[in-house]
Unconditional design. Structure first.
Length: 517
């Protein structure tokens, strides 16, 4: 199954999610890792990421990338949000990550953050037909989203993240009454402006996603029941309980907060502003409770990847070998006749196997022959005339990941000689090859020329071939119909084969039932 690792470089935490993508375009989360790195500490006041914070973040990322790759996750997508997005030296941090880890980080906008978060929520909770308000509380920003079963209607990013609010308004613990008033006025003012702009008469529900909201849910559930929250997803938190927790946090010292059952010690300074924000949002939306969701931006990135790469993932499942997959992808992109190309490849490989004791080439050269056969007709995309030469150009100028430059050159040269002129030193592409590879090209091209001739009409009339060595080489051709054109073409293409194997070739026909192979 295709594997995908997603790294979310947030203001508060850096997350890694490891997922297997399934054939039905769903996925399974295999593992999760998190480090509360607090990249955003001091970043919003100074407009810069501190050197020690970047160094710590880089170490965390190095550990997570190594972990992912050691587990076989070579495909890693990394996104960064508000702390990196807003810092004057955010670009330096991203460049440092690329240089030291080879990891390209995509710094996403607040609007894109909202879209990806909605994707994560939509595939985790069955949304109703009517408008639902979704909030994701991060360290630097808050995403407010309106959506329903059909899709996202509105998405806005606000600079109301919990770290930002704590640093700006709550400069001591416990905060003074004036600090709390200033915090509430700022939060309520921003939220009211945005919620009003949505022009929604009534929200059916409020969904809260993020580690911040989840921890609030854990604390309240423990206080109510004395038991840990069994499941975050779809758990509910009432407005009454939020108000009570807000009062408790606002009146508590750091030591008292740390004694609250379930409270994450790393959120000791950020849980209060997050609670205020959720409480204000419930009051403004006229709702009495919110629903927690345990999926957000990271899962949204996975769903977005699946949608964008659906065809590629399908091909990856069908053709696990990256080299063969990219060869077939190039053939399809060039609209080469796939049934013909694969049939020619099958015949060419059978000729290769049955002549191997003479040519003594190995598995690597066998693979090159198969790929050249699959690609031999891609040149038709440019022009049917001299399509063998156009095939050489297309193959050498395409991105065939997984194949070395020398391999691509050999494959392209074999395809170039599947018809017309024989390999010769006067041809620049052939002359550039080493003597060993020149021999390889001659052998493989000799087999491909006959195999291509044996499917001259593209009707797969030749089901099999059997090679017999004697004073001359007899190629027994097993047919399912009138294949005069195939035999004629194969005889006319046998010149290079006779040159390579130093014997004349005779074709013998054997008629077989159409359903035999």
């Amino acid at each position: 199954m295709p594997k995908l690792a997603v790294i979310d470089i947030g203001t508060n935490s850096i997350h890694l999610v490891l997922a297997d993508i399934l054939p039905d375009a769903s996925f399974i989360i295999l593992d999760r890792f998190k480090d509360m790195t607090r990249l955003g500490n001091g970043a919003f006041a100074n407009k810069r990421l501190a050197d020690e914070v970047m160094a710590r973040g880089l170490e965390v990322l190095k550990t997570l990338v190594t972990l992912a790759r050691n587990k076989g996750f070579d495909r890693v997508i990394a996104v960064a949000t508000s702390a990196v997005r807003e810092a004057e030296n955010g670009g330096d941090f991203v460049a440092m990550i690329l240089e030291e880890l080879g990891l390209k980080v995509r710094v996403i906008s607040g609007t894109e953050e909202a879209r990806l978060t909605f994707l994560g929520v939509k595939h985790s909770i069955a949304l109703p037909d009517g408008p639902t308000l979704i909030v994701d509380i991060g360290g630097g920003s808050v995403e407010l989203i309106v959506g329903n079963r059909e899709g996202m209607l509105h998405g806005v990013s606000l600079k109301l993240g919990a770290i930002r609010l704590a640093e700006h308004y709550l400069t001591k613990t416990p905060p003074s009454e004036s600090m709390m008033r200033s915090l509430e006025q700022a939060v309520r003012s921003h939220l009211r402006e945005v919620v009003t702009s949505f022009k929604i008469n009534k929200f059916l529900s409020l969904i809260a996603t993020s580690g911040m909201a989840g921890n609030i849910g854990e604390v309240i559930h423990l206080q109510r029941t004395g038991r840990p929250l069994p499941q975050h997803n779809l758990a509910t938190v009432s407005l009454k309980d939020l108000r009570a927790l807000e009062v408790e946090l606002a009146e508590s010292s750091v030591k008292a907060r740390l004694a609250i059952p379930g409270l994450d010690p790393k959120r000791v300074d950020t849980l209060l502003p997050a609670t205020v924000l959720l409480r204000c949002l419930l009051e403004l939306s006229g709702l009495n409770e919110l629903t927690l969701c345990d999926k957000a931006i990271r899962e949204g990135v996975i769903y977005d990847f699946i949608v964008r790469h659906r065809e590629g993932l399908k091909a990856e499942r069908e053709i696990p070998d990256v080299r063969r997959r990219n060869v077939i992808r190039l053939a399809r992109r060039c609209h080469a006749p796939e049934a013909h190309s694969l049939h020619v490849a099958m015949l060419a490989l059978r000729l290769f196997d049955q002549t191997q004791r003479v040519h003594r080439l190995g598995p690597q050269e066998r693979t090159w022959l198969e790929y050249a056969a699959i690609l031999h007709d891609v040149g038709y995309l440019i022009n049917p005339r001299q399509h063998h030469k156009h095939a050489y150009y297309l193959i050498t100028h395409s991105d065939l990941t997984g194949l070395a430059a020398e391999e691509i050159t050999v494959i392209a040269t074999v395809a170039r000689y599947h018809r017309r002129a024989l390999p010769a030193l006067k041809h620049e592409e052939f002359d550039r090859l080493t003597p060993r590879l020149q021999r390889v090209v001659k052998v493989l091209a000799s087999l491909l020329r006959i195999a291509d001739g044996l499917d001259r009409t593209h009707f797969s009339l030749v089901r099999n071939v059997r090679v017999q060595f004697g004073k001359q080489i007899t190629i027994e051709v097993q047919l399912t119909g009138d294949a005069e054109m195939e035999l004629w073409a194969a005889k006319n293409r046998a010149d290079l084969f006779e040159q390579v194997f130093h014997r004349q070739v005779r074709f013998a026909r054997v008629l077989m039932a159409a359903d035999q192979s």
